[in-house]
Write a protein that binds this ligand. Structure first.
Ligand code: DX5
Ligand code: ZN
Length: 217
């Protein structure tokens, strides 16, 4: 069976202190870092791009970095993100015409590939690509902002994926924390992104352990 992994989202951390914030999350037991890249076009918000990720990589040598690419043209950022030290390039299928081609480009650039779907996109729409990718990310909020509430009605997507792909890494992102983790775990998610619930907690380590325990049990 697939391993539980907790990947805090640094979106709502103090971005002027990104290296310290990230190191603190890793010291508190994070399995990987989920870096939310937004282009102000695919989503109505703007965060950071590959120069920031590269700077972070210079300070944090070994951690596993996922770039969650909420961008209109994911093809454009494959090489720069690979060069910046990203390990997993998770992009949204909605604006992409040739998903097979882009996924291959990501792998050729030396990264693992993740496919992300917005709440309005069905798993059936990506079914034919699942065998080509490493991770499927089921969004549990509309992408764009941290701190939104979890959409439990996305769980049938996770359940369907787990039933049909027992070994797939299935990631959930948006409104996930101690109150919603049981629902995610029961449905079969194993890669858990959590932003505000972890970053804002007085004891990050305790929340990360709690999330992992629920997924593993
Ligand atoms: C939403 C982002 C998420 C989100 C996570 O567009 O992709 O990673 O910020 O933050 P919380 O856990 O606060 O929803
Ligand atoms: Zn995200």
């Amino acid at each position: 069976p697939v391993k539980a992994k907790i990947g805090p989202s640094i979106l709502n951390a103090d971005l002027s202190n990104l290296a310290c914030e990230s190191q603190k999350l890793l010291d508190n037991g994070a399995d990987y870092l989920h870096l939310d890249v937004m282009d102000g076009n695919f989503v109505p918000n703007l965060t950071f791009g590959h120069p920031m990720v590269k700077s972070l990589r210079n300070k944090i040598k070994t951690a596993f970095f996922e770039a969650h690419m909420m961008v209109q043209n994911p093809e454009q950022w494959i090489e720069p993100m690979a060069d910046a030290g990203v390990n997993l390039y998770t992009y949204h299928v909605e604006p992409v015409e040739d998903v097979a081609k882009v996924s291959r480009q990501v792998q050729d650039a030396g990264m693992k590939v993740g496919l992300a779907i917005k709440p309005g996109t069905e798993v059936k729409d990506i079914e034919k690509y699942i065998d080509m990718v490493d991770v499927v990310l089921v969004m549990t909020v509309e992408p764009g902002f941290g701190g939104q509430s979890f959409m439990a009605d996305m769980m049938p997507k996770v359940e369907w994926l787990r039933e049909n792909y027992p070994n797939l890494d299935i990631e959930v992102d948006g409104g996930v924390g101690p109150k919603t983790i049981e629902c995610c775990a029961k449905s079969g998610a194993n890669m858990i992104v959590s932003g505000t619930a972890v970053v804002g907690a007085p004891d990050q380590g305790q929340v990360i352990r709690q999330l992992r325990d629920v997924v593993q049990s």
